[in-house]
Ligand binder design. Structure first.
Ligand code: DON
Length: 555
């Protein structure tokens, strides 16, 4: 008893005790990325008077050099922007299926999906990144284009020291080893990079220099386009000069919703992510799950059941809205959310085989919605972009120095069969020429009292959606600081396979409790890599995920 009260007393007298890892704090600006050189490139642009969009463009190009597993010229993504004056927009630079793509293109003679959607030349969809970054810079940036590419060009030309994590990742990639140009550049034909050695990429530098000089047209209509299309022809790929030339960025309205009085701006279709977090938050609000505390079996149970139900709906209803009608209103209608909520047994896991996608269409109507935008504090940008799998299709276009995506695998190669992420998807996401594959990328901005509160996003395929959900819940419901919320052990359920994935940080006794409730448990390492900023009390709090070698920095 004496010890306990002394301890309590000590805490009471020590107001400066910080109980969790702290975020990086700055007054004016904050950049959080997966890789320190890219963060520094973004901070430099901001210090030179560029705005958040300028910085996002510079970081996008820098990551294409320093984080080759996902940073890219040969992929695509989404940029969510909330401007200082309260306006917001969403740039969709997702890849598209080439014109020669067809519904059954990845089915083998036995009718089963082959690995062609996952690796090699045929896995690549038409890249959107370069057009996307140019569109953002032209319309919303303030700095000269070439200035935004300069840090990336320097990093590619002069090289940069390979980090511990990058050295491991390059060495371990069997995919890179399978394609000679990738193996030469990223694995030095077997003389693997040691941490601290410099990775110099002259071909990529030359490509970036041409893009700096001639703009995105160089990539889509110029020398880069011609060489890319020629290499595709030689290697059985589908992307043509016409496909590249026809690529367009689509500017969309961000998806908007509310949770506990906060306003959430997030990714609309062709991402499933925004619908996902809004549906799951909507189901959770009012259940009282938060009373059980972060990491408790009961809280995880509620959240996992919300996840399971969303992913069942995702399999049926989500796809490219330009090709298929996505019942967004129905999926988020309070009456539909109440129905999903009431189907959850708080004591027993619902077996996925007993759960089919719901019927949100009964709540759908054709009216347009409008949300009012409130007081500004500063510009905020959230970008998620990707090659899909790590190092994408594994293919580096000879002489051009960049990797191509394998985004075709985000389609349902065979509706009803699992893809690379084990996601079962339906007709709404079948392959069609020009169509964008359904995504889980969820760049999200949260507002409180109309002011910027949180900027958050993550990689991780379907785990992106549940990761973003958990960071929001960790802050809003469990009172964590943004770094703690980012680092906290995560879990994931995606309906099929019927498994609850837990990071090792979730204790064995919690695991046992969840198993007793009927969950099939699988422990897996490392879900997501969050980069988040929280604006509170006149400060910006930046959090790079402890799971990887990212960096938050500001001034
Ligand atoms: O758009 C999507 O949902 C996927 N292509 C994202 C891939 C991803 O996050 C890979 N990272 N682990």
């Amino acid at each position: 008893m004496g010890t306990a009260s002394t301890f309590t007393l000590l805490l009471a007298c020590a107001p400066f005790v910080l109980e969790a890892r702290q975020p990086v704090r700055a007054r004016h600006a904050m950049v959080v990325t997966r890789e320190p050189h890219a963060t520094d490139a973004g901070v430099a642009v901001l210090r030179a008077g560029g705005n958040a969009v300028d910085a996002a463009v510079a970081v996008g190009f820098a990551l294409a050099v320093t984080h080759p597993a996902a940073g890219n010229l040969g992929g695509g993504g989404f940029m969510l922007i909330r401007f200082a004056d309260g306006r917001a927009t969403f740039l969709d630079f997702r890849e598209r299926a080439p014109a020669a793509a067809s519904r059954d293109m990845y089915l083998g003679p036995d009718g089963k999906p082959t690995r062609d959607s996952i690796e090699g030349w045929r896995a690549a969809a038409v890249p959107g990144t370069v057009r996307g970054l140019e569109y953002a810079a032209r319309k919303y940036g303030s700095k000269p284009w070439a200035e935004l590419l300069a840090p990336a060009i320097r990093l590619a030309r002069e090289g940069f020291p390979v980090s511990w994590g990058l050295a491991q990742s390059l060495r371990q990639s069997k995919l890179l080893a399978r394609f000679s140009e990738s193996r030469r550049i990223f694995q030095r034909d077997g003389r693997f990079f040691e941490p601290g050695e410099r990775l110099v990429q002259p071909e990529l530098a030359a490509t970036l220099e041409r893009i700096a000089r001639h703009g995105a047209d160089e990539f889509y209509e110029g020398e880069t386009a011609r060489r890319l299309a020629a290499a595709m022809r030689e290697n059985g790929g589908l992307i043509t000069v016409e496909d590249l030339k026809a690529y367009r960025v689509i500017e969309r309205e961000p998806l908007r919703g509310r949770y506990r009085g906060l306003e959430i701006l997030t990714a609309p279709p062709p991402s499933s992510g925004g619908v996902g977090i809004l549906q799951m938050l909507g189901v959770l609000e009012g259940t009282g799950f938060e009373r059980y505390g972060a990491g408790s079996a009961a809280a995880i149970h509620w959240m996992a059941e919300a996840m399971r139900r969303f992913f069942a709906d995702r399999s049926e209803y989500l796809g490219d809205p330009d090709y298929t009608r996505v019942p967004v209103r129905g999926l988020l209608d309070p009456r539909y959310l109440a129905q999903l909520r009431s189907s959850i047994d708080p004591e027993r896991a619902t077996p996925s085989e007993r759960l089919r996608p719901g019927n949100p269409r009964q709540y759908e109507s054709a009216e347009t919605t409008h949300y009012s935008i409130v007081d500004p504090q500063g510009n905020a940008v959230a970008v998620t972009y990707t090659l899909n799998g790590g190092y994408g299709s594994g293919v580096t276009v000879p002489g051009l120095g960049f990797l191509l995506n394998n985004e075709m695998d985000d389609f349902a190669a065979k509706p009803g069969f699992p893809n690379y992420y084990g996601l079962v998807q339906g007709e709404a996401n079948a392959i069609a020429p020009g169509k964008r594959p359904l995504s889980s990328m969820t760049p999200t901005i949260v507002l409180r009292d109309g002011r910027l509160y949180m900027v958050v996003g993550s990689p991780g395929g379907p785990r992106i959606i549940t990761t973003v959900l958990q960071v929001i819940v960790n802050v809003v419901d469990f009172g964590m600081n943004i770094q703690e919320a980012t680092d906290w052990p995560r879990f994931h359920h995606q309906w099929l396979p019927d498994k609850l994935y837990l990071e090792p940080g979730i204790s064995p006794d919690t695991r046992a409790l969840l198993a007793a409730r009927g969950f099939a448990i699988e422990v897996t390492r490392s879900m997501g890599e969050v980069a988040a900023v929280l604006a509170e009390g006149g400060w910006l709090h930046g959090a790079a995920d402890s799971r990887v070698e990212g960096k938050a920095a500001g001034f």
